[in-house]
Ligand binder design. Structure first.
Ligand SMILES: [Zn+2]
Length: 608
């Protein structure tokens, strides 16, 4: 509750302050107004087919809202992707993770379209990129154009759909942004013509109580058909809900359904009403990248971590700065009168206005002794806390924590425990709460290794347990001034570990029936045991060659290109000049994040 009160104070400060604030406000409002005009029929569909969604805009993901729409490519790669309107290439970003091969196009009407997970680029764009990669000696790059170099016409093929980057199946990720503010907009606002007559469904409703520093304890209503009387799109809960608190927060587990899409989808809009008055409304039409992280307070994050179910709150919780809400004066909270009966109504609406309305009759009763609350206060009594608006720190002899203000969403009561070193760890194991508390910004921890004079100091890093003690992962970091330091973005158990093992390199043969173009490629598997791959380089006959890196499949792929042709020519010339026979040797160097290097040579003749 601490921040809730502070936010009210902040509003007051803005209202009573100087002219500059007012001007700034006008500017902000002005950009909002501009983007409210969503031209219809300006953008065509980026694929040949009608839009068919795999995942809609704003879907709930880990640490972010889905910032575009995922369009079906029917499990195939290589479908032509078209510029959806005239414009010029504004940015090209190639990553082994994330959006993989992505293209950004700026349009003269103030919008930017983004195309992600491409298999490859096409035409002049492809040529430009190939040249740039050889110039920068890098597969991955991020080029933002400050002026137009590559122009496109509406309907031009810009590339082919794929599965590159972090994508887990072939599809096209498509976004529309406001070019100036970089806010991400729901592409459906531009009349994409999605056919959908299926309505969303509420599965569960939750009620939260509030405690002094934060949340909350739950009451769960299971919304199953047997508990409801239904009438078209109106569903009435058969029982009367008994409420004893003066104030509650509600939450829902709800999904939207779209024809031909297998899995349940994120929802576009939901509302909470109390006795005929709107308390809370959330609608996903637009948001900024900065706001996306607030998904971790938009949903009940601890519940998600424990139960794998995302409850969307119907109130603005402490630390939530997402701007997609409309609420009553108390941020969507339900304020109840004593000894009263009434109705709580929840409405979920999809973009095509298919809706699901749920009415829950309630009555209030005097408060009994609240065991859960008593338990909660017992639990936090005497505990130390981290505060979201302050710098926080822990300074022990062998464990140090430095957390800047703004790293947390809400007040956190913490518990630091110290356990004996494990067989394989180089320090004690420090556990700072469970990993179910969301972290807004990474913070730094330092752990003293038991043997700080160890000659492998430079290979030290921090490790953390992933769910069980037999499964631990790298948190990165390095040795400095007697401690191993790492920036981490989760609570949990940490200890010092050593990575002195170099990555593995292996040539792999992908069966020709898997991909007919395999004969034109040379594939290698690269894997690291712990800290992860930091760099890779490949040379043939001492010349750098371009390799595609597919991180999720641990694959490095060389497509025989014109550089290879010229290398072969060079070798031929040397042979003619009576030099001894030289085969075009490929040398691969792969380095992990602790500087362990592997080198291996290959000859193309062994490929077939
Ligand atoms: Zn996507």
């Amino acid at each position: 509750m601490a921040i809730f009160i502070k936010r009210q104070l902040q509003n007051f400060v803005v209202a009573s302050s100087e002219l500059s604030f007012f001007l700034l406000l006008c500017l902000i409002i002005n950009t909002n107004v501009q983007a409210q005009n969503y031209p219809q029929d300006y953008f065509r569909c980026p694929l040949d087919s009608l839009p068919n969604f795999v995942s809609p805009f704003g879907g709930l993901r880990d640490n972010h809202f889905h910032s575009g729409v995922d369009l079906k490519t029917n499990q195939h790669e290589g479908l032509p992707v078209y510029a959806t309107a005239d414009g010029y290439v504004a940015r090209i970003k190639i990553q082994s993770g994330g959006y993989g091969k992505a293209l950004y196009i700026d349009h003269p009407n103030g919008f930017t379209t983004v195309y992600g997970h491409l298999q490859k680029y096409h035409g002049e764009i492809a040529k430009w990129i190939y040249k740039q990669q050889y110039k920068e000696l890098s597969f991955e790059f991020d080029k933002v154009f400050d002026h137009a170099v590559l122009f496109v016409k509406k309907g031009d093929t810009i590339g082919f759909s794929g599965n590159s980057g972090g994508s887990t199946g072939p599809h096209l990720h498509y976004e529309i942004r406001d070019s100036k503010s970089e806010k991400i907009l729901n592409p459906l606002l531009f009349g994409m013509g999605l056919k959908d007559s299926l309505r969303p469904v509420i599965f569960n409703v939750f009620f939260y109580k509030f405690v002094t520093e934060g949340l909350l304890l739950k009451k769960r209503l299971n919304i199953q058909p047997k508990n409801l009387t239904a009438n078209d799109s109106l569903f009435i809960y058969k029982d009367t809900l008994v409420l004893e608190e003066d104030m509650y927060g509600a939450g829902i587990e709800a999904y939207d359904y779209i024809h031909n899409a297998k899995d349940a989808k994120g929802i576009y809009e939901y509302q909470l009403w109390l006795d005929g008055k709107l308390c809370f409304q959330h609608q996903l039409s637009r948001f900024s990248f900065d706001e996306s992280k607030y998904i971790n307070v938009h949903i009940d994050y601890p519940y998600y971590r424990l139960e794998k179910v995302r409850i969307q709150k119907c109130f603005i919780d402490d630390g939530n700065e997402l701007n997609t809400y409309k609420t009553n004066a108390i941020n969507g909270r339900l304020l109840l009168n004593k000894r009263k009966t009434g109705c709580i109504e929840l409405i979920v609406v999809d973009f095509n206005k298919n809706s699901y309305k749920l009415q829950i009759p309630y009555k209030t009763e005097p408060k009994k002794i609240d065991d859960e609350r008593v338990k909660y206060y017992k639990l936090v009594r005497g505990k130390k806390a981290f505060y979201p608006l302050k710098d926080n720190s822990i300074n022990r002899k062998q464990f140090v924590l430095k957390m800047n203000a703004g790293s947390l969403y809400d007040t956190l009561f913490y518990n630091l425990t110290e356990n004996a070193p494990l067989k394989y760890s180089l320090s004690k194991v420090y556990t700072l709460n469970q990993s179910i508390t969301p972290v807004k910004k990474a913070f730094e921890i330092g752990i003293k290794p038991t043997d700080a004079k160890n000659r492998h100091r430079d290979k030290m890093l921090l490790a953390y347990f992933d769910k069980t003690e037999s499964n631990f992962r790298s948190a990165g970091g390095a040795f400095e001034n007697g401690f191993v330091w790492a920036k981490v973005s989760a609570f949990g158990s940490y200890f010092v570990y050593i990575d002195s093992i170099a990555p593995l390199i292996k040539q792999v043969f992908i069966k020709p029936d898997y991909d007919l173009s395999d004969t034109l490629k040379w594939n290698f598997e690269i894997k690291d045991n712990f800290s992860g791959i930091a760099r890779y380089e490949a040379y043939i006959d001492c010349r750098w060659i371009l390799m595609d890196y597919d991180a999720k499949n641990n694959l490095l792929i060389y497509h025989y290109d014109e550089v290879y042709q010229s290398i072969l020519l060079d070798i031929e010339t040397r042979k003619i000049n009576n030099f001894s026979e030289i085969r075009p040797e490929l040398i691969l160097l792969v380095t992990d994040k602790k500087g362990n290097v592997s080198t291996k040579s290959f000859w193309p003749l062994t490929n077939k």
